[in-house]
Design a protein around this ligand. Sequence first.
Ligand SMILES: [Fe+2]
Length: 285
Amino acid sequence: MGLKLKDRRFSYSQPEGLNGIYLCRYAGTFFGLWTINGYFMVVDNFFLDTGNPNSSYKKFSQFISKLDHSAKWSVLNTHLHEDHCGKNHLVQKKLHAEVYARDKVEDFSFVSRLMDHVWGRPRMFTHNIFDRTVYDTDKGRRIEVIPTPGHSDDHVAFRIMPDNIIYSGDAIPLPVKKRYITTGENYIAEIESLKKLLVFAENGSRFVSAHHGIVGDPVKLISDRIDGMTSVVRRVRDVRDSGINNVDEIGNRVFGKPDIIYRKLGDSIRCRQDWTVQSILDGIK
Ligand SMILES: [Fe+2]
């Protein structure tokens, strides 16, 4: 471990079992202290997300140069956080892609200077709201748009058919008991979306998650998070019902004091424990 300002990694592969679909990998780092991996997919003539801005421009361009430039390209975004639409502008510039998402973003000024080191701040692109619920690829696949609000209001997952593979973006949190949430995140809605995805998993859909990659056991991964997050909601309710109303105090009782990074830099990294408590309190009123 050493000081590492930005992580530029970018790689791509066509893993066995994904039927020729590209899985692209990138990462973000907080000065080398921790690293989060990220994954997105390229299905025929569709990008499902485009990763973060900081990943290697050169390697990404090499990847794009391998693709069929005569195809009609589109980008479908699970949501417009900076680690998911970071190369939209490049795909638009080089492949003339149309970009679709469930919501619009005006600019990326919400990405702080600190987060510019972690994921980067995307360059702007032009985009549209989804104009259908199913997109057909040029090789005969169908990509279904599945609303999964919670991580963000506008979050969606995509099911690729007939492969029956779901790219779930950020709908499946990394921690089992999610403790810190980001701006606009809705804890209770997130649990409901996990329940929706669990039904697909139980019926045999395979999963690729933006921060887990190819999921080995989606039923377990999703159920564990439903259980963990539901237990957090229960604890918050119990503490509130015991007569404690202060959001920080409830958080301290449920989780303990926030880690120092979140205490000192929560606004800058857009991730705070008291937002979790407030979101739950708002949801269980
Ligand atoms: Fe996100």
